[in-house]
Design a protein around this ligand. Structure first.
Ligand SMILES: [Zn+2]
Length: 108
């Protein structure tokens, strides 16, 4: 007795960084880290990529996402970063988070 299965469909690959928790940003523009329990100014990182980006923390405190750094337009560097993430600034903590929904980064 044979049964036909419908389980042949392949699930789409998960979005890069979708395994990370979503960052919670306080009113002061700080990252509320659930791992170390502190509110720190987040670092903008790109896993898999060596260049760091400078997040404008003053803008973040006003609810805007602005950063300087590689914006993908330079041909001098290879495109090997996977996605953008926020990293806790505590020296002893390297928790990373996804940018919250609706955070549209503006490159300066
Ligand atoms: Zn932390």
């Amino acid at each position: 007795m044979s049964e036909t299965s419908t389980l042949g469909a392949v699930a789409p690959p998960p979005e890069p960084g979708s395994h990370l928790p979503v960052a919670e940003i306080t009113e002061e523009g700080k990252l509320r880290c659930t791992r170390c329990g502190k509110d720190t100014y987040p670092r903008l990182i790109e896993p898999g990529y060596v260049v760091t980006h400078d997040l404008d923390l003053d803008a973040l405190a006003e609810g805007r996402w602005e950063a300087t750094g590689w914006d993908g337009s330079s041909k001098a560097v290879t495109e090997c970063g996977d996605y953008l993430a926020l990293e806790c600034h505590e020296a002893s903590c390297t928790a990373t988070y996804r940018l919250p929904a609706g955070a549209e980064l503006e490159w300066k």
